[in-house]
Design a protein around this ligand. Structure first.
Ligand SMILES: [Zn+2]
Length: 614
């Protein structure tokens, strides 16, 4: 573990935290007997196989095999490290974690990022104050009023204005004692070329000048970067209307969704997200009361953005301007949704409108009307393709099918895929088989994404269950079966983990183990074993039976190995027609093993218990 979490804290968090409560932030759960059931957030499914058990503090998806505890859930759902997940839960449930000495490199990294966020915060405050209360901000205020942005929206999204001066921000940051190189690192200010420096043109100048500023917040609400829109109509050639912060340690293009921090609550409440392109689109929608909207800040969504959204919802509606709807880039980003298992729909606005102008004219009600007409991705691509290619000619049909294949392949639900194949075939007036032949593997892909493992011997599963639930049984299993004694490779790995944990401290914290393990297959095995319905009544007798079976199968295996060795050696001996070295020893060993086997068989029959360690 890269970072030490003090003993007992994990247990304290686990005691206070509710796994049902945490997971309910992501999945809507329904009670079913002792467990809660919901649709798995980690794979696309229609019938719930995602199981949560409050009492045991475990979740397991019987569809895709993902499983673990409250920590591993948060790690996966929010892409956190184990210490980060622990910290988040500790904060939420009021468990105080003592701070720990960081390594110099960690300190440097952490303090650099923290410093960068702080500087962005200072800059955002500065721009905001200029906009709302200073004289230089007046033209910015006028511009936003003209665009119909209210004071509330302006405050809620912390809009700002960068004054026209070359070094307004640079001077302000200097006055705040902020190191110039850090502000440069963030791209807020830029160094001026040596020869260009004069009294009136200092060595650094501001990136954003005479622009309305949109702070780009990450999902946690911290300022990662900025966007700036020029209000100067007579821009010199080549000056972009919109300008964003460059990449920095805290801002990665294509990995952030503008407005997500404000929209994430409404997205979860409503179960779906709207995706628009620009800052103004987002602000106008939020202002009109459509608060589940985020902006991609670019026509083509990236897979990181789609995955980010996938952590909050399984349903998305993309809102396009009429003129961008036919673009190739758009179509590719639609396929990303299918791959991510998010059901996506598309709305095309009437010609001449963007979401901003549309919602200002038609208001919330008008926007909702048009949302109701949203087309599922495949139908949308079909409609677009039919429009572009003459769907009544042979060549046209071929082109339409070619454009549709990636989207059809992306559909993970075979039922859905089948229905669309039928629909497309009938729309084009062709045989379904002509489409089916083009699909991956010709057959619809199976929705089954579970990695299948052989179940492994039942007595091994039971032993592992006993070790997980009755830690006091671990030493006996370690002594009698041993670290190598499990035949199934996954079983062996888990047994080794548990025995090693016990040996290192005489106790085992399964919750911590689940958080610490990186091996998804092992986590899945643990949650599955813990959720299994097999009851452990008369556990002592069960332990003895399983130990005997394990020991016996181990002895049998060894006998086989010795037999094989004996066969090989005697063959070699015959070929060299001489002595066979070591054969005697092998035969003796076999004899000992046979005797041991006999003893274990007899003990099994008698139901009694041989001395441990034999
Ligand atoms: Zn699943």
């Amino acid at each position: 573990m890269p970072e030490h979490i003090p003993e007992g804290k994990i247990a304290e968090i686990k005691e206070r935290a509710s796994i049902v409560e945490i997971i309910s932030d992501f999945v809507s759960l329904k009670k079913a007997g002792k467990n809660y059931l919901g649709l798995c957030p980690f794979h696309a499914e229609r019938t719930p196989s995602f199981t949560v058990n409050e009492e045991k503090g475990i979740f397991h998806c019987f569809g895709c095999g993902t499983g673990g505890n409250i920590f591993s859930f948060l790690m996966r759902a929010n892409q956190l490290s184990f210490p980060e997940a622990v910290k988040e839960l500790a904060k939420r449930y009021g468990v105080i974690l003592p701070s720990r000495e960081l390594s110099p490199e960690e300190k440097r990294q952490r303090s650099l990022k923290a410093r960068l966020f702080e500087i962005n915060e200072v800059a955002a405050e500065y721009y905001h104050r200029v906009l709302i209360s200073q004289k230089e901000g007046e033209e910015g205020r006028r511009y936003l009023v003209r665009r119909g942005i209210s004071e509330e929206t302006l405050a809620a999204h912390r809009l700002g204005f960068a004054p026209p001066a070359w070094d307004a921000l640079a001077l302000f940051l200097k006055k705040q004692g902020i190191p110039i190189n850090l502000a440069e690192n963030l791209g807020l200010i830029l160094p001026r070329k040596e020869g260009d420096r004069t009294e009136t043109h200092p060595s650094f100048y501001d990136r954003f000048r005479r622009r309305v500023i949109f702070p780009i917040l990450n999902e946690g609400g911290r300022v990662s970067g900025f966007g700036g829109r020029s209000i100067d109509d007579g821009l010199p050639q080549g000056t972009p209307k919109y300008m964003n912060s460059p990449e920095s340690p805290i801002y990665r293009k294509g990995q952030i969704l503008y407005g997500l921090n404000a929209a994430k609550g409404p997205i979860r409440e409503q179960g779906r997200a709207l995706i628009v392109e620009g800052y103004m689109d987002l602000l106008s929608l939020h202002q009109a009361g459509i608060r589940n909207a985020v902006a991609s800040l670019g026509t083509a969504l990236t897979s990181s953005q789609v995955a980010l959204l996938g952590r909050y919802t399984r349903e998305a509606v993309l809102v396009f301007d009429a003129d961008e709807s036919g673009q190739k880039a758009t179509q590719r980003s639609l396929e990303l949704f299918l791959q991510e298992g998010i059901s996506a729909k598309v709305v095309s606005l009437p010609r001449g409108f963007d979401p901003d102008s549309f919602v200002r004219q038609e208001k919330k009600a008008g926007f909702e009307r048009i949302l109701a007409e949203a087309l599922p991705v495949v139908e949308y691509i079909l409609a677009q393709a039919m429009r572009r290619h003459a769907g009544d000619t042979v060549e046209g049909k071929v082109r339409v099918i070619r454009e549709l294949i990636p989207a059809l392949n992306g559909l993970k639900d075979p039922l859905e895929q089948n229905l669309y194949v039928e629909k497309v075939a009938s729309r084009l007036g062709i045989k379904e088989s002509l489409i089916r032949n083009q699909l991956k593997g010709k057959e619809p892909q199976s929705v089954e994404v579970r990695k299948t493992f052989p179940r492994g011997p039942a007595h091994e599963r039971l032993l592992l269950q006993l070790m997980l639930m009755r830690h006091q049984d671990i030493p006996a299993v370690g002594r009698i079966v041993g670290k190598e004694g499990f035949s199934d490779p996954r079983h062996k790995k888990l047994a080794q983990e548990l025995i090693a944990l016990w040996e290192s401290g005489g106790k085992v914290d399964v919750q911590e183990l689940l958080g610490r393990l990186v091996d998804e297959d092992l986590k899945s095995l643990i949650s599955e074993l813990l959720l299994a319905e097999e009851s452990l009544t008369d556990a002592d007798r069960m332990l003895r039976d399983c130990l005997r079976k394990a020991k016996l199968s181990r002895v049998r295996q060894e006998i086989q190995l010795v037999d094989e060795e004996i066969r090989q050696r005697s063959r070699q001996g015959r070929e060299s027609s001489g002595e066979t070295p070591g054969l005697k020893e092998l035969l003796k060993r076999k004899q000992r093993l046979m005797a041991e086997q006999k003893k274990w068989v007899e003990e099994s029959l008698a139901g009694s218990w041989p001395q441990a360690g034999q």
